[in-house]
Design a protein around this ligand. Structure first.
Ligand SMILES: [Zn+2]
Length: 506
């Protein structure tokens, strides 16, 4: 059972089989059937990898675990992640996935890396932290050495240390703050977020709520270090972070510019790598909101080109963020996005595209347009199956999709993970990586939860240890690292992989 997919029939034999099938006159031959099954299994992600003896033993154990998982009446990938999370946490498959060296996380956003509990327990407990409540039942924060100016449509500012000093128990307050900074809830998520509009509105409110905390320079630094810690603890060795590079501020109201923010990412990454030598590093994809107008976009592209020139080690490229369905399509920005090519400047693009189910709209053209602008990877690509030409180009050019299963489910593109389009893409080894988008917003962390959904939900009984190995290797192969850096990263990952296999194969 385990090694069925390892043996691939020679091409000539497969052709013969298909020729026989085409005739359709003879009764099916069980041996031919077996050969066809093997051939099809070999087409999937990792289907052609040869596993060592130890890997085959681990794969056999994994197969048993997955079989039990698939037999459950409450099968986690069929459920909303918020309900499935406690079940996943007790899953032996998940336990193994957490230990597994997963390579890099290539699609993660700057302010959704860290558990909101850390933000509440750490950031909001610092001195000089003010909070107000908006008329949309959200909250805003600012650190200031004196009473800040009132915000429109927000209550008067309250100094949190004074508020907490008056309370016997601060748990309710802390929980309520936490609830404002994540979509995760113990209530029924489908009742609370009945439509894409509602869930996206709450999603944007949550970012607005934590904005004043994470853009305070001392918190910004610590938040990023904590984010790297969470990914590292989840056995992720490399990160490509989509970052807005906002202006950050100090207690006296003075501010730092975009270059300071990028430089701080660079310094903190260096510090983290020095503290954790088995962590490979991180690079930044500079992002801007897709709702801006054409001239703001042109300035952002100019700035990105400058940053790319000044910080070539840390800058990976450029992307647009925000809800695709409500934002402007890539084609609207064609003049701004053509600037690098016109000036002969290299600025790699990593466009979000196809994070939609609105087929045939202007936004739905983003997939082809992203490829037209020579995107290096595609963020999500959820709509790819409905664009055969974009799919073919993505495969031929090796433009990998960054598939973020939990994000797609929480933001209501798919409900049952078994129906996610990437299940079909994995079955034919389309270039893709698994990532987590905004894990803190979804009550996840690191990459393991998304790997679980992909491995168990997309892969069913078909995916195996080879699939996981290929997905991890893909995350280095399709990263923005140079060929030389990739060789070093793969060697580092391989060592950790071999340790993982020998520690878990019995
Ligand atoms: Zn994203």
């Amino acid at each position: 059972m385990v090694s069925v997919w390892l043996q691939r029939p020679p091409a000539a034999a497969a052709c013969l089989l298909l020729c026989c099938l085409a005739g359709g006159l003879a009764a099916p031959d069980p041996q031919q059937r077996e050969a066809l099954i093997r051939r099809e299994a070999s087409m999937q992600t990792g289907g052609r990898l040869q596993l060592s003896d130890a890997e085959q033993r681990l794969d056999a154990a994994l197969f048993q675990m997955k079989q039990k998982e698939m037999g459950r009446a409450d099968f986690p990938p069929a459920m909303h992640f918020f309900k499935a999370r406690p079940l996943i946490r007790t899953s032996p498959v998940f336990d193994l996935l957490r230990k597994m060296p997963k390579g890099g996380a290539l699609h993660v956003h700057d302010f959704a890396m860290v558990d909101v509990e850390w933000l509440v327990k750490n950031a909001t407990y610092r001195p000089h932290c003010y909070m107000c409540s908006t008329d949309k039942r959200s909250v805003r924060f600012v650190f200031s050495s004196r009473l800040p100016e009132a915000l429109p449509r927000c209550s008067p500012w309250t100094l949190l240390e004074n508020l907490r000093a008056k309370m016997v128990n601060t748990t309710d307050l802390d929980n309520s703050i936490m609830g404002n900074m994540t979509l995760f809830t113990n209530q029924d998520p489908d009742m609370l977020y009945p439509s894409q509009d509602v869930v996206w509105d709450r999603f944007e409110q949550a970012f607005a709520a934590l904005w004043g905390l994470v853009t305070y320079a001392p918190v910004f630094r610590d938040y990023y270090y904590q984010g790297l810690t969470q990914f590292y603890t989840d056995n992720v060795m490399y990160l490509e972070l989509r970052a807005l590079l906002p202006q950050t501020y100090e207690l006296d109201g003075s501010t730092h510019d975009t270059a300071w923010t990028l430089k701080t990412y660079q310094e903190v990454t260096r510090q983290f790598t020095a503290d954790h030598p088995s962590f490979f590093g991180a690079r930044i994809i500079f992002t801007i909101q897709r709702r801006v107008n054409a001239s703001v976009m042109a300035s952002a592209v100019e700035e990105a080109m400058k940053l790319q020139r000044d910080f070539p080690d840390v800058m990976a490229g450029f992307d647009l963020v925000g809800r695709e369905d409500k934002g402007r399509p890539l084609w609207y920005f064609r003049d701004a996005l053509s600037l690098p090519a016109e000036k002969g400047v290299t600025l790699p693009f990593f466009f979000h595209a196809g994070e939609t189910n609105l087929q045939g709209t202007d936004v739905d053209q983003n997939l082809l347009d992203a490829l037209l602008f020579n995107t290096s990877r595609i963020g999500h690509g959820f709509a790819l199956l409905r664009h055969p030409l974009a799919k073919e180009l993505s495969r031929k050019r090796g433009v990998a999709l960054e598939v973020c299963p939990i994000s797609n489910q929480v933001l209501k593109l798919v409900s049952d993970m078994r129906n996610h389009p990437a299940a079909a893409l994995m079955s034919e080894n389309h270039p893709l990586v698994i990532s987590s988008d905004d894990p803190a917003m979804f009550g996840a962390s690191g990459l393991s939860y998304d790997f679980y959904e992909a491995f168990v939900g997309f892969g069913g009984m078909t995916s195996h240890l080879g699939s996981l190995k290929e997905l991890a290797m893909n995350s280095i192969r399709y990263s923005s690292l140079t060929t030389k850096q990739q060789e070093i990263a793969v060697a580092l990952w391989q060592r950790r992989w071999d340790e993982f296999v020998s520690e878990n194969a019995f």
